[in-house]
Design a protein around this ligand. Structure first.
Ligand SMILES: [Zn+2]
Length: 173
Protein backbone atom coordinates (compact mmCIF):
# COMPACT_ATOMS: atom_id res chain seq x y z
CA UNK A 1 0.00 0.00 0.00
CA UNK A 2 1.37 3.38 -0.95
CA UNK A 3 -0.40 6.64 -0.42
CA UNK A 4 1.28 9.20 -2.65
CA UNK A 5 1.51 12.93 -2.37
CA UNK A 6 -1.04 14.71 -4.58
CA UNK A 7 0.51 17.37 -6.81
CA UNK A 8 -1.11 20.75 -6.45
CA UNK A 9 -1.95 23.61 -8.81
CA UNK A 10 1.29 25.36 -9.71
CA UNK A 11 3.26 22.15 -10.18
CA UNK A 12 4.17 22.16 -13.91
CA UNK A 13 3.81 18.35 -14.17
CA UNK A 14 0.02 18.81 -14.05
CA UNK A 15 0.16 20.61 -17.41
CA UNK A 16 2.05 17.83 -19.19
CA UNK A 17 0.56 15.24 -21.56
CA UNK A 18 0.57 11.59 -20.54
CA UNK A 19 1.86 8.61 -22.50
CA UNK A 20 -0.26 5.61 -23.43
CA UNK A 21 0.19 2.37 -21.52
CA UNK A 22 1.59 -0.31 -23.82
CA UNK A 23 2.27 -3.08 -21.33
CA UNK A 24 -0.81 -3.87 -19.27
CA UNK A 25 0.99 -6.56 -17.29
CA UNK A 26 4.07 -4.65 -16.21
CA UNK A 27 4.87 -4.20 -12.52
CA UNK A 28 5.01 -0.44 -13.10
CA UNK A 29 1.43 -0.41 -14.37
CA UNK A 30 0.25 -2.57 -11.46
CA UNK A 31 2.04 -0.32 -8.97
CA UNK A 32 0.58 2.84 -10.48
CA UNK A 33 -2.93 1.38 -10.27
CA UNK A 34 -2.43 0.35 -6.66
CA UNK A 35 -1.01 3.72 -5.67
CA UNK A 36 -3.86 5.58 -7.40
CA UNK A 37 -6.39 3.46 -5.55
CA UNK A 38 -4.70 3.90 -2.15
CA UNK A 39 -4.26 7.64 -2.65
CA UNK A 40 -7.87 8.13 -3.80
CA UNK A 41 -9.37 6.13 -0.93
CA UNK A 42 -7.17 7.94 1.60
CA UNK A 43 -8.13 11.35 0.23
CA UNK A 44 -11.79 10.40 0.30
CA UNK A 45 -11.54 9.26 3.92
CA UNK A 46 -9.83 12.49 4.98
CA UNK A 47 -11.84 15.03 3.01
CA UNK A 48 -15.23 13.39 2.48
CA UNK A 49 -15.23 13.92 -1.28
CA UNK A 50 -13.51 12.42 -4.31
CA UNK A 51 -14.52 9.82 -6.84
CA UNK A 52 -11.61 9.79 -9.25
CA UNK A 53 -7.91 10.47 -9.60
CA UNK A 54 -5.56 10.64 -12.58
CA UNK A 55 -1.96 9.37 -12.69
CA UNK A 56 -0.35 12.80 -13.28
CA UNK A 57 -1.83 13.92 -9.96
CA UNK A 58 0.63 11.56 -8.26
CA UNK A 59 3.42 12.57 -10.64
CA UNK A 60 3.12 9.68 -13.13
CA UNK A 61 2.71 10.77 -16.76
CA UNK A 62 0.79 7.70 -17.93
CA UNK A 63 -2.75 7.38 -19.23
CA UNK A 64 -4.41 5.81 -16.23
CA UNK A 65 -7.27 7.09 -14.14
CA UNK A 66 -8.82 5.38 -11.14
CA UNK A 67 -12.53 5.73 -10.45
CA UNK A 68 -14.37 4.78 -7.28
CA UNK A 69 -17.99 5.60 -7.91
CA UNK A 70 -20.16 3.03 -6.16
CA UNK A 71 -23.49 4.61 -7.14
CA UNK A 72 -22.63 4.05 -10.80
CA UNK A 73 -21.06 0.65 -10.05
CA UNK A 74 -17.78 1.81 -11.51
CA UNK A 75 -14.73 1.05 -9.45
CA UNK A 76 -11.29 0.37 -10.84
CA UNK A 77 -8.66 1.60 -13.25
CA UNK A 78 -9.42 2.97 -16.73
CA UNK A 79 -6.34 2.58 -18.89
CA UNK A 80 -5.83 4.68 -22.06
CA UNK A 81 -9.37 6.10 -21.83
CA UNK A 82 -10.67 7.89 -24.91
CA UNK A 83 -13.90 9.81 -25.41
CA UNK A 84 -15.30 8.44 -28.65
CA UNK A 85 -18.68 10.17 -28.66
CA UNK A 86 -20.01 13.42 -27.19
CA UNK A 87 -23.61 14.57 -26.90
CA UNK A 88 -24.60 17.83 -28.50
CA UNK A 89 -26.22 18.82 -25.22
CA UNK A 90 -23.95 20.35 -22.60
CA UNK A 91 -24.29 21.08 -18.90
CA UNK A 92 -22.76 23.72 -16.64
CA UNK A 93 -21.67 22.76 -13.16
CA UNK A 94 -19.30 23.59 -10.31
CA UNK A 95 -16.31 21.28 -10.37
CA UNK A 96 -13.69 20.48 -7.75
CA UNK A 97 -10.26 18.84 -7.90
CA UNK A 98 -7.81 17.19 -5.47
CA UNK A 99 -5.05 19.35 -6.89
CA UNK A 100 -6.78 22.52 -5.63
CA UNK A 101 -9.26 21.21 -3.06
CA UNK A 102 -10.34 24.64 -1.78
CA UNK A 103 -11.26 26.04 -5.19
CA UNK A 104 -14.52 25.49 -7.04
CA UNK A 105 -14.64 26.20 -10.76
CA UNK A 106 -17.73 26.50 -12.95
CA UNK A 107 -17.22 24.60 -16.18
CA UNK A 108 -19.17 23.32 -19.15
CA UNK A 109 -19.17 19.61 -19.99
CA UNK A 110 -20.89 17.28 -22.43
CA UNK A 111 -24.03 15.84 -20.86
CA UNK A 112 -23.37 12.38 -22.19
CA UNK A 113 -20.25 10.68 -23.54
CA UNK A 114 -19.08 7.26 -24.66
CA UNK A 115 -15.67 6.28 -23.30
CA UNK A 116 -13.51 3.41 -24.45
CA UNK A 117 -10.72 2.12 -22.20
CA UNK A 118 -8.81 -1.00 -21.18
CA UNK A 119 -9.17 -2.65 -17.78
CA UNK A 120 -6.19 -4.08 -15.88
CA UNK A 121 -6.50 -7.39 -17.73
CA UNK A 122 -6.14 -5.56 -21.04
CA UNK A 123 -9.77 -6.06 -22.07
CA UNK A 124 -11.33 -3.27 -24.11
CA UNK A 125 -14.45 -1.83 -22.53
CA UNK A 126 -16.92 0.79 -23.69
CA UNK A 127 -19.25 2.69 -21.37
CA UNK A 128 -21.99 5.19 -21.89
CA UNK A 129 -21.75 7.85 -19.18
CA UNK A 130 -24.39 10.43 -18.28
CA UNK A 131 -24.69 13.23 -15.74
CA UNK A 132 -22.25 13.04 -12.80
CA UNK A 133 -20.28 10.14 -14.24
CA UNK A 134 -19.93 11.85 -17.61
CA UNK A 135 -18.65 15.00 -15.93
CA UNK A 136 -16.24 13.02 -13.70
CA UNK A 137 -14.74 11.11 -16.63
CA UNK A 138 -14.29 14.30 -18.68
CA UNK A 139 -12.48 15.89 -15.70
CA UNK A 140 -10.13 12.91 -15.23
CA UNK A 141 -9.44 12.39 -18.95
CA UNK A 142 -8.59 16.11 -19.19
CA UNK A 143 -5.87 15.51 -16.57
CA UNK A 144 -4.22 12.99 -18.94
CA UNK A 145 -3.98 15.75 -21.56
CA UNK A 146 -2.51 18.20 -19.05
CA UNK A 147 -5.77 20.17 -18.81
CA UNK A 148 -7.11 21.36 -15.47
CA UNK A 149 -10.65 22.56 -14.78
CA UNK A 150 -9.32 26.12 -14.23
CA UNK A 151 -8.61 26.13 -17.98
CA UNK A 152 -12.25 25.18 -18.63
CA UNK A 153 -13.69 28.00 -16.50
CA UNK A 154 -16.67 29.50 -18.31
CA UNK A 155 -15.77 33.09 -17.43
CA UNK A 156 -13.96 35.38 -15.01
CA UNK A 157 -16.63 34.85 -12.32
CA UNK A 158 -16.44 31.07 -12.52
CA UNK A 159 -14.29 30.72 -9.39
CA UNK A 160 -15.18 30.41 -5.73
CA UNK A 161 -13.43 29.24 -2.60
CA UNK A 162 -15.15 26.12 -1.31
CA UNK A 163 -16.40 27.69 1.93
CA UNK A 164 -17.80 30.75 0.17
CA UNK A 165 -19.28 28.51 -2.50
CA UNK A 166 -21.08 26.54 0.22
CA UNK A 167 -22.33 29.79 1.75
CA UNK A 168 -23.41 31.73 -1.35
CA UNK A 169 -23.77 29.38 -4.30
CA UNK A 170 -24.37 25.73 -3.43
CA UNK A 171 -28.06 26.06 -2.59
CA UNK A 172 -28.86 28.49 -5.37
CA UNK A 173 -27.61 26.47 -8.35
ZN1 LIG B 1 -8.75 16.90 -10.83
Amino acid sequence: MAIREILRLGNPILFEKCEEIKDFNSTNTAETIRDLKDTLLNFKKKSGFGRGIAAPQIGILKKIIYIDYQAEKLSGPLINPVIVRESRERIQLWDDCFSFPDLMVKVERFKEIVVEFFNSSGEKISINAMGDLSELLQHEIDHLDGILSVQRAIGPKAFALRQEWAKFIQNIV
